[in-house]
Design a binder for this molecule. Structure first.
Ligand code: NDP
Length: 267
């Protein structure tokens, strides 16, 4: 019960990594507020987890919706201990694109950044207000390995995740400077098998081959699971990470540890 008595809010919690985080946090004793724009899925997940959680609609790109959440949380629980800013989109399905730096569609760029960058900035702002009198609070921002390296076909996604990476450190230092007991850290997943990948992987045999091709580029040889990321979020959210703020934690099977572009050793 590593999160007993904690009040935790997870964005984009209806499926994928957010779902795994919500499930694990509830198992570890937290009261979990699941939020998403996919209300049917979110609601049924929350009902399945049980009465230690609830589901609320939240489009993270909308300041007025964050305001509503803030009022609800303060009225119902009096405080927030943990926020996981998880909601994010690649833009491949949600926007027209293209997303390469030469031909990018500006409306698509703005939509990806509205969700990924604005969503995290608004979440942090709202959380600081709800957490600043808490004894030990934690913000966990889900960035990406794409926030650390460039992605030629996904400029908006990569730039937005880099913004999340950097803003995390600003929030961490600001809170420390103000004397607030709020830690803020980022997680950088690599290739994690979630519905986000569905459009890129195809179906049936093609999907199997596509997963194998992605896995071949991962030093550990497999795609990650949502639970791999959830355990990292659990650590950063818990009081075990009491002295940890402003860090970036890579959960990527070794992708960021080095480059494949080195000659192999000849014996
Ligand atoms: P999924 O697409 O599986 O789940 C994301 C959830 O967020 C969906 O339920 C989606 O709803 C919801 N969502 C989309 N837009 C908004 C919004 N504006 N406000 C609130 N909720 C929204 O994604 P993953 O679980 O794979 O990804 C979770 C996070 O992890 C993202 O930030 C992603 O960028 C990051 N990440 C994922 C990696 C991976 O390999 N999977 C790698 C690196 C980072 P709907 O279904 O209606 O779109």
């Amino acid at each position: 019960m590593r999160l007993q008595q904690k009040i935790a809010l997870v964005t984009g919690a209806a499926r994928g990594i957010g779902e795994a985080i919500a499930r694990l946090f509830a198992k570890e004793g937290a009261i979990v507020i699941l939020t998403d724009i996919n209300d049917d899925l979110g609601q049924s997940l929350a009902s399945g987890i049980g009465d230690t959680c609830e589901y609320l609609h939240l489009d993270v790109s909308k300041p007025s919706q964050w305001q509503h959440i803030q009022e609800h949380v303060i009225t119902k629980y009096g405080r927030l201990d943990i926020l996981v800013n998880n909601a994010g989109i690649t833009g491949f399905l949600e926007t027209e694109g293209p997303h390469d730096p030469e031909n990018l569609d500006f409306a698509s760029w703005k939509k990806v950044n509205a969700t990924n960058t604005d969503g995290v900035v608004l979440g942090c702002q709202c959380a600081i207000k709800m957490m600043k009198h808490a004894p030990a609070a934690s913000i966990v921002n889900i960035s990406s390995r794409s926030g650390i390296v460039g992605i030629p076909g996904a400029a908006a996604y990569a730039a937005s995740k880099a913004a999340v990476r950097n803003h995390t450190k600003t929030v961490a230092l600001y809170c420390a400077q103000q004397g607030y007991a709020i830690r803020c850290n980022s997680i950088h997943p690599g290739a994690i098998l979630t519905p986000m990948w569905d459009a890129m992987l195809g179906k049936g045999e093609a999907r199997k081959a596509a997963i194998a091709a992605v896995a071949a580029d991962v030093p550990l040889g497999v795609m990650g699971s949502p639970e791999d990321v959830a355990f990292a979020a659990l650590y950063l959210a818990s009081d075990e990470a009491n002295y940890v703020t402003g860090i970036e934690l890579n959960i990527d099977g070794g992708i960021l540890a080095g480059s494949a572009a080195v000659p192999s050793q000849k014996s």
